[in-house]
Each structure stands twice: as C-alpha cells, then as structure tokens.
Design a protein. Structure first.
Length: 310
C-alpha cells in the first residue's frame, strides 16, 4: 500500500518519574533553571496515527479522559501540526491516544503523547525527518517531550529540555501511587516560590543555576537501589505537600511498609516508591490498594518512543 493511503501507525512512548529534581531561584523572565534526573518507566501511552485530510484526536484507555482538550491546544495535535509545517506535508492525521499515564500526575503523559505523535506521523507520512530533527521539534513542544522521545535515564538541565544520557545499570523497581486529583504545575512552582520567600531566613538565597548531584548519578550508574533511595530529592515536593497534604500520609504509609524511599514525582501528585525487588513491589502495591490507593508496579529505565505497529 502506498504511503498516504489510509493506513495506520501505532507508537508507544513511556511516562517518566523524576528521581531527582532541583529548582533554581526564580529568574527575571519568570522561569526557573532546573536540574533533573529523569527515568522512563514501563507505563506507556499508545498513539495510533491514521492518514486523514484534517487533524483530530480522540482518547481511550483505563483513565478518565473526559476533561482533555481535543482542539489545537492539545499537545499531540500541536506535535502533528509542527511536523507537517516543518516538512511541508499537506495532509492531516487522525490520532487515537490510549492513555495509561495519569493526567496532571507529574509523569509527562501529555509529553509522551506528543513524542509518540512525532514518531508516528513521521513514519505514516514518510517524511523521514530523522531522530535528531525530531528531538529539536520535540524541544519546541515542551521540556519533557525530548525525553519521552529518547527514554532511558537522562539528566535534564536549563528548562529541563537540555538532555544528556545518564549511564544506568540494571532495573529499578517502583510502585506508583496515583491520585484522583491532579496538581497544576504552575501552582506548584508558585507555592515553591512563596515557600522560599516565607522561609528566606532559614533557607537562604537560592542559587540561580542548579545541577544533579554526583551521588544520584553514581547510584543509577551502579544500579544500587539503596544508594538511589538515599540520594533521591525533589525541590517541588514541599510545595506539592502544602497543596495536597494527604500526600504526606501516603509517603509515610509507603515508607513504613517496605519502600526504600518515596518521592513526589515532578510537580505531583503521583508518588513513586522505590523498592528492592519485584516481590516487595507486589506486596506494597497490594497494601496500598487495600488502603484505597490506586497503585501500579513499573520498572525503569525503558526505551523512548518506538513504532510497535504499522
């Protein structure tokens, strides 16, 4: 069948957790310099792209997607239109997104959709842009999109979109505790700025530029879960806990029942618990589920956006 006829391409892209996240001082342009260690985990979005004259997106999957935009503000639609504009492609695409990554959960689900869309449309349209250029386009769409494209484990600096791969050995076992209520990333950052202003005497001035500490890089390089548990950190966690105080109890519950450590992922409210092995992951998931918490077991690192059908 010739390219351009009605055929489909399906791509899956992973969600991520931030195992380390530092936020620099608020800058004059309203942004913060950040330093993050991202890990792609085995919770995937799937995007099926079907040839069309127009651009459209619909959602399915196990989570409630009724509140998601389907117009030009949707990140997947923006990704498709950006690629079409860059390549001069004259047609459109119907996108069907199977969502598994929590919405507004700090795990980059929307970014995974955008990354998967870029790969799917490039394949469907036969535009053959290449991975390097796709990464550049991904960076135009948002800080987490290039990472969803590449996957693995990576250091993100600047706005979070300046990526450098981090060596990682073996697999890490995580239990994700999911929340029904999303947290707005801008609100979490505002709360962090307010918290720092309120406690300036104790916290002191924040550095403008930040970096990922050597200890956390060494932990993933050696595949040492206990060392990683000791070195995980998230500057946004205190702000997320102020906005969603129930997360404090959740962290305490997991850490008191076998987790090596727990961390709010990114701006939250997803909490990631690091455990030693698959059996402990299964036990902690069961405990959280019995406590009324929706929980999933995942491993990382995993590959970024890849064609699985088409």
């Amino acid at each position: 069948m010739n390219r351009g006829q009605r055929r489909s391409v399906t791509v899956r892209a992973p969600g991520k957790i931030n195992v380390y996240f530092r936020v620099g001082a608020l800058q004059h342009d309203g942004y913060h310099d950040v330093a993050s260690l991202y890990q792609a985990v085995s919770l995937y979005e799937e995007v099926t792209a079907t040839a069309s004259d127009e651009f459209s997106v619909r959602f399915g999957g196990p989570i409630d997607t009724s509140g998601l935009a389907t117009d030009d503000s949707n990140l997947a639609i923006r990704a498709a239109k950006l690629l079409a504009k860059h390549t001069g492609y004259g047609g459109g695409v119907d996108l069907t997104v199977l969502k598994r990554v929590p919405i507004a959960g700090g795990m980059g689900g929307g970014s995974a959709d955008a990354a998967a869309t870029l790969v799917a449309c490039d394949e469907l349209w036969g535009t053959d842009v290449g991975r390097t250029k796709l990464s550049e386009l991904a960076a135009e769409l948002g800080a987490d999109v290039p990472f969803a494209l590449e996957g693995g484990t990576a250091v993100g600096t600047g706005r979070g979109d300046e990526l450098s791969p981090a060596l990682a050995k073996g697999s890490f076992h995580w239990v994700l505790a999911l929340s029904n209520a999303g947290l707005s990333t801008p609100e979490v950052y505002s709360m962090l700025d307010q918290h720092r202003d309120d406690h300036l005497n104790e916290l002191g001035e924040q550095p403008e530029y930040v970096k990922v500490e050597t200890a956390v890089l060494q932990a993933v390089r050696t595949g040492d879960a206990e060392s990683l548990a000791d070195s995980m950190h998230n500057d946004l966690q205190a702000a997320a806990l102020r906005l969603a105080p129930e997360l404090t109890e959740l962290l305490e519950l997991g850490e008191s029942r076998g987790a090596l450590a727990g961390i709010v992922s990114g701006s939250g409210p997803t909490v990631a618990f690091l455990v030693s092995n698959p059996q402990e992951a299964s036990e902690l998931k069961s405990l959280l589920t019995r406590s009324g918490v929706s929980a999933l077991v995942v491993t990382g690192p995993v590959h970024g956006a890849r064609v699985i059908e088409g």
